[in-house]
Ligand binder design. Structure first.
Ligand SMILES: C[S@@+](CC[C@H](N)C(=O)[O-])C[C@H]1O[C@@H](n2cnc3c(N)ncnc32)[C@H](O)[C@@H]1O
Length: 179
């Protein structure tokens, strides 16, 4: 038990964000925005990536809500990742999978080859959003990527929509299109 707790603590220190699951209100807002964007987009070839998927609950929920869309959880903390893989094997859904990758890994290297739009989901930390913003600026290709970010804005970009939750912290959920 101590070893598990120590490993989680050390990886949180190294990665700069704890494997803290998004709360119910955040998940509701994320789920709503993802559904809205998938409805706007051509769903053929679309996929969803949860950047920093933690224990996998959000990615598995999104996968259950969109059974025809592959949902990939991208995670580098080993214990939450193994838990996510185990839960997916035991409970599904079949269109969810989890990979050991950095959140800055280009989406094409995280999931099955897709021809359509990618919806990124993030609940990370300010430093991650600054690095993600820089990585997205350097990326070339069709600007079909959408980002839904809970609590932290993407540096260098104006959000297309901001939802303010009715929780204690008035948490914001940001939507960016055309990245
Ligand atoms: C606050 S949790 C969010 C979990 C999940 N997305 C949710 O909403 O329930 C952030 C996760 O990002 C992971 N993370 C942080 N930096 C990362 C990196 N560079 N590459 C991959 N995962 C990272 C952490 O290990 C942590 O599990």
């Amino acid at each position: 038990m101590l070893l598990v707790a120590g490993t989680i603590f050390a990886q949180t220190w190294r990665l700069g964000a704890p494997p803290m699951p998004s709360n119910r209100r955040m998940r509701h807002a994320i789920s709503h925005l993802v559904a809205m964007e998938l409805a706007r987009a051509n769903r053929t070839g679309a996929r969803v990536l949860d950047l920093g998927s933690g224990w996998g609950g959000l990615a598995r929920r999104l996968a259950a809500e969109h059974p025809e869309i592959p949902v990939v959880g991208v995670e580098r903390a080993l214990i939450p990742l193994l838990w996510s893989v185990l839960m997916q094997r035991l409970r599904g859904p079949a269109n969810a999978r989890f990979v050991y990758r950095d959140v800055l890994t280009p989406p094409a290297e995280c999931g099955p080859a897709q021809a359509g739009p990618t919806v990124l989901v993030a609940y990370l930390a300010p430093d991650h959003m600054a690095r993600l913003g820089r990585a997205l600026l350097e990326r070339t290709g069709p600007n079909e990527t959408v980002l839904v970010s809970a609590a932290f804005a993407l540096h260098g970009y104006e959000p297309d929509r901001v939802e303010t939750l009715t929780d204690l912290y008035r948490t914001r959920v940001y939507l960016y299109r055309g990245l």
